[in-house]
Design a protein around this ligand. Sequence first.
Ligand SMILES: C[S@@+](CC[C@H](N)C(=O)[O-])C[C@H]1O[C@@H](n2cnc3c(N)ncnc32)[C@H](O)[C@@H]1O
Length: 248
Amino acid sequence: MGRWSRLLANDVMAWLDPSPGLRWLDVGCGTGALTAAVLDTASPHSIVGIDPSAAYIASATNRLPDARVGFEVGEATALPLPDASVEEVVSGLVLNFVPDEVAALREMCRVLVPGGRVTVYVWDYADGMKMLRHFWDAAVGLDSTAAALDEGVRFPLCRPDTLESCLLAAGLEELQATAIEITTAFADFDDYWQPFLGGQGPAPGYCASLTTQARAQLAGLLRDTLPVQEDGSIQMTARAWAIRGRSG
Ligand SMILES: C[S@@+](CC[C@H](N)C(=O)[O-])C[C@H]1O[C@@H](n2cnc3c(N)ncnc32)[C@H](O)[C@@H]1O
């Protein structure tokens, strides 16, 4: 998913259009896709990336050797930063994984200066994230037990109205939400399918749990239902919901 989160991060930054010279925090930075987009586009004074995974933090630290950047292991609900210490908090593709999302948003507000901004975004798993939508629709078509793993079902947070309620509950004001769409382009069916065979996450985990025969059946159904072009390539849209608000 990394190649798509990098594209998405750049589009979110264009929507944010931030001032230069600000102090930033990237919550759930992973291997640094959004941190890199902030460095490339926002001329930050500094940016701290935090993530609970020590392996991701090590990878991000290696990937982005920049004096303005610091990476630390940490949790969204217990950020290792003082009160009122940053002007911009961003969190990309993370909030649906956090058990108490309002507590995480309140914690983001704690580290913001008054009037600072929080921006979060999540994939529209239920509908607009087509590469996964096709996968789960095919999987559930063959095996109804797969429905319990479908991110579209498991992450009800990933809708603009639910996101808005969470930001309001955390005390954020002047909310603005938007849909941001990128194109996920695959050279051919294998380019689409291979990541499901080796990657991390619910869909690859589900594939790994199948018998060889059931996996081949799923691949066959996807081959028949994906929008494959004459040259064999496949292009789909992937929509995320982004929302930003200001601390009071
Ligand atoms: C899909 S990745 C997104 C990474 C990165 N923000 C990006 O845009 O590519 C989700 C990240 O959320 C992190 N995460 C999960 N639970 C978290 C929590 N409670 N607090 C902070 N980060 C969390 C994971 O470790 C992972 O790096």
